[in-house]
Design a protein around this ligand. Structure first.
Ligand SMILES: [Mn+2]
Length: 418
């Protein structure tokens, strides 16, 4: 486990006016007096930041040559997870490791559906009901990409099947004690796609501009990198370097086609509800959007993306009750978006909602975004009475607002419901 990456300075430090402490990378650059071309500069950057990881991962892959691995991504995969998992799959193939990319939830954002369809991205949905019939014994290891297992319903099954976690590559903060043969956890990095691009550039797979799968994967990685860094607005140097590398291979028209996907009417309706219901307090915008279908779950982060664009708003929190018809389960799902650099979404969500009875947090986050899921347990499930359904929403709505407002305006925790 690399503890160095966790101790690096907070991202807020980029706001300070004084020049930053020389980093390992910079001091290495000063040592070298030869080679000044951009190519060698880039090479040195790569050596300093990720070369040890590249050879470590290569060794691990070689150790597991000809095995079969299960690549698990979060239940509601985003472009960063999807593209990074694909890159891992292509890298693993170099060592004759066959992999399946799986997720237990659904692809709900229209852009993600378009990404998968347009690139032929090889991710498969393993619905929760199908898990008991899966043959886990065909796999020798599990790989977690852009997650640490806390956002996948597959993990309990993997643990039960005794499937070892071979590799974790992620850029979220450490969620819980991790146990894996290879861990690359870099919370200061903008996207997992950045890390995967570094592995590609480091030589684990030589991208070929004539190979259409390579072009499509590079395009997907570019999309993942852009979408996790707010279109590069929050990108750091290493993210730009990774994007520069991918720019040699990606297909601009294909990326454009993915980005042009229109929102569905139901997503627009949720955004409308969030706009109508929003409560503005201390530059926060909070909106409950009521009940949603499982397939429309991704309307919540999209609504939060929209609310945070309002003047004088720095942080938006949107939540709703998502109903899974197949399982008759209900869960409160919420998203946070912020452009306030001193607000840490991970800390904010953990502090606002606390932990469940097993000590697990209801959510977490990365640089500018966070999410949470609160199971409704005994109160979950469909009820025919409209009155009851309405009342249930109101109870959860008030409870969530109360927990959020306690942090947003601690001096005024009383909520007036009329
Ligand atoms: Mn990510």
């Amino acid at each position: 486990m690399s503890s160095n990456s966790l101790k690096s300075p907070k991202q807020d430090s980029k706001l300070t006016a004084s020049p930053p402490e020389p980093t390992l990378r910079e001091s290495k650059e000063k040592e070298s007096t030869t080679a000044s071309s951009s190519n060698s500069r880039q090479k040195r950057w790569l050596e300093a930041s990720s070369e040890p990881k590249v050879s470590e991962l290569r060794n691990i892959l070689e150790l597991h040559r000809s095995e079969r691995q299960l690549i698990v991504i979060q239940d509601f995969p985003d472009p960063d997870a999807l593209s990074s998992a694909w890159a891992y799959q292509l890298i693993a193939q170099q060592h004759n490791i066959q992999t399946d990319i799986v997720y237990a939830g659904t692809l709900s954002h229209q852009e993600n559906v378009a990404l998968v369809k347009l690139t032929g991205l090889p991710a498969k949905r393993w619905g929760v009901q199908t898990l008991k019939d899966r043959d886990w014994s065909t796999y020798q290891g599990c790989v977690l990409i852009d997650n640490q297992g806390t956002t996948s319903q597959l993990l309990p099954w993997i643990k039960q099947a005794g499937l070892p976690i071979t590799v974790i590559i992620d850029h979220h903060k450490m969620q819980e004690d991790l146990n894996a043969e290879f861990i690359d956890l870099r919370p200061q990095t903008g996207s997992t796609a950045t890390l995967m691009a570094q592995y590609l550039q480091g030589g684990l797979l030589k991208l070929d501009g004539n190979d259409s799968d390579h072009i499509k994967c590079a395009t997907a990685l570019m999309h993942g990198l852009r979408s996790d860094t707010n279109r590069l607005m929050q990108a750091q140097e290493e993210d730009f370097m990774a994007a520069a590398y991918l720019s040699r291979f990606y297909d601009v028209q294909l990326l454009n086609a993915v980005l042009q996907t229109a929102r569905s009417k139901r997503v627009m309706d949720v955004i409308e509800r969030s706009l109508k219901n929003r409560l503005l307090q201390n530059n926060f915008s909070i909106a409950g959007v009521g009940y949603l279908r499982y397939d429309d779950r991704d309307a919540i982060p999209q609504a939060a993306d929209f609310l945070v664009t309002e003047e004088n708003v720095h942080t938006a929190v949107v939540y709703g009750i998502v109903h899974d018809e197949d399982e008759d389960l209900e869960v409160v799902i919420g998203s946070l978006r912020t452009n306030k650099l001193t607000l840490d979404p991970d800390e904010f969500i953990k502090e606002a909602f606390g932990q469940d009875s097993h000590g697990r947090f209801f959510g977490g986050g990365r640089m500018t975004a966070g999410g949470f899921e609160i199971p409704m347990g005994f109160l979950g499930g469909f009820n025919e009475s409209a009155e009851y359904t309405k009342m249930k929403w109101e109870v959860f709505d008030i409870q969530l607002k109360q927990k959020l407002l306690r942090l947003i305006s601690p001096e005024d925790t009383v909520i007036h419901t009329d």
